[in-house]
Design a protein around this ligand. Structure first.
Ligand SMILES: Nc1ncnc2c1ncn2[C@@H]1O[C@H](COP(=O)(O)OP(=O)(O)O)[C@@H](O)[C@H]1O
Ligand SMILES: Cc1ncc(COP(=O)(O)O)c(N)n1
Length: 257
């Protein structure tokens, strides 16, 4: 078997298996990328909601990161739920290659996973290759309404001023087609996808960002990684549209690529 490249996810555990660390490692494996992980928090969570969050102490999070970086250096790194503003500020001090920041603040069920993150994220964004906020996160980060594709374009431009090389404002929460707006190299472009009609969208954002990270680890250029991740998440959504796992927002499928 060919030796796989290494990727790292720094994220929360989802006991329901659909989002967070579990979604990321599943997605890395589907891309034949070796996944390592730094767990930022345990969540007691299922398809209907979040029952509780137990954050990892910062010193132990740092120890996990040291353990991984010193022995299994990743080609690309993804962050998901970072559990506190202090963790976000700490990660902004670390050297993390090909950094994909998914600024997770709210579960897909609508419950905030933690608060006070928007300001802290501004520093981490400056270190990122790409940041991937969804619509509610974009509103939180900019403290204003963002509702249309035009609003998303203006928001992507504004977030790019914080320093990431690329911004993807994801349109999973739009009413029509699932259009994501990309700001990269001073230009706007769009990742377009037909909306898959499904209640099973728990972990969509994690899966998209993990697929971007996996493709970067495999050596893709950023534009190619974004296109491939969009195709992957659309196929994963379509593959589980008929699933009945849990009584709420069920998880996505995963696909060998
Ligand atoms: N029902 C859907 N059909 C097709 N694509 C979707 C659907 N829901 C989300 N997506 C896509 O999945 C990715 C994750 O987006 P989004 O759901 O906005 O993130 P999050 O899970 O962080 O809220 C984006 O590429 C988005 O366009
Ligand atoms: C531990 C954890 N991390 C992230 C999410 C967001 O999930 P989604 O991808 O549906 O936005 C979540 N619900 N739980």
């Amino acid at each position: 078997m060919k030796q796989p490249p290494i990727a790292l996810t720094i994220a929360g555990s989802d006991s329901g298996g659909g989002a967070g660390i579990q979604a990321d490692l599943k997605t890395f494996a589907a891309h034949k990328v070796f996944g390592t992980s730094v767990v930022t928090a345990l969540t007691a969570q299922n398809t209907s909601g979040v029952l509780g969050v137990h954050a990892t102490p910062l010193h132990f999070l740092a120890l996990q990161l040291d353990a991984v970086l010193s022995d299994l250096p990743p080609v690309a790194v993804k962050t998901g739920m970072l559990a506190s503003p202090e963790v976000i500020a700490y990660l902004a001090t670390r050297d993390l290659p090909n950094l994909v920041v998914d600024p997770v603040m709210v579960a897909s069920t609508g419950k905030p996973l933690f608060t006070g993150a928007a300001d802290a994220y501004r520093e981490l964004f400056a270190r990122a290759l790409v940041v991937t906020p969804n619509l509610p996160e974009t509103r939180e980060l900019l403290d204003r309404d963002v509702a249309t594709v035009e609003d998303m374009a203006a928001a992507a431009h504004e977030l790019a001023a914080l320093g990431p090389r690329c911004v993807v404002v994801k349109g999973g929460h739009l009413a029509g087609d699932a259009v994501d707006v990309v700001w990269h190299g001073g230009e706007l472009s769009y990742l377009r996808g037909a909306r898959v009609s499904t209640p099973n969208n728990h972990g969509t954002g994690c899966t998209f960002a993990a697929a971007v990270t996996a493709h970067l680890a495999l050596g893709s250029s950023l534009p190619a990684a974004l296109r491939a991740a969009k195709t992957y998440v659309t196929r994963a959504l379509a593959g589980s549209a008929d699933w009945r796992l849990g009584s709420g927002h069920g998880p996505l499928s995963w696909k060998e690529i």
